[in-house]
Write a protein that binds this ligand. Structure first.
Ligand SMILES: [Zn+2]
Ligand SMILES: [Zn+2]
Length: 115
């Protein structure tokens, strides 16, 4: 019994040693890349839900330059960016419906004129 367990532990230790690089690479590169893709997909989904372009000027070239703007900030419960990074899909869908899509330029201008 003892011998078997010892052997088993040895095997696990050995496996870990042999796969250390693989595991490290996975945690450092593969997983973040997957997360990034999922976040991008979620953002894209929200963008599609809101018509796919800036609701002021019609910009739709790059999703990196498209923002979600809360129409009524009193109804705002969560930061959209946070929901995306935590990938809270249900909350994200709910929150996105309170927003309009704006490009980075129009978004800044709008906030500037609001203040
Ligand atoms: Zn715009
Ligand atoms: Zn805004």
């Amino acid at each position: 019994m003892f011998k078997t367990k010892e052997k088993q532990l040895e095997y696990v230790r050995d496996w870990r040693r042999r796969n250390k690089d693989k595991t490290r690479k996975y945690n450092k590169e593969v997983r973040p890349a997957k997360e990034k893709t999922r976040r991008k997909e979620l953002k894209l989904e929200g963008i599609k839900l809101l018509g796919g372009k800036c609701s002021i000027c019609g910009y739709n070239k790059n999703i990196a330059a498209l923002d979600f703007h809360h129409i009524d900030k009193n109804k705002k419960e969560y930061e959209i960016a946070k929901l995306i990074s935590y990938r809270s899909v249900t909350k994200f869908h709910k929150e996105v419906k309170k927003c309009i899509l704006l490009c980075a330029n129009c978004h800044r201008e709008l906030h500037n004129s609001l203040n």
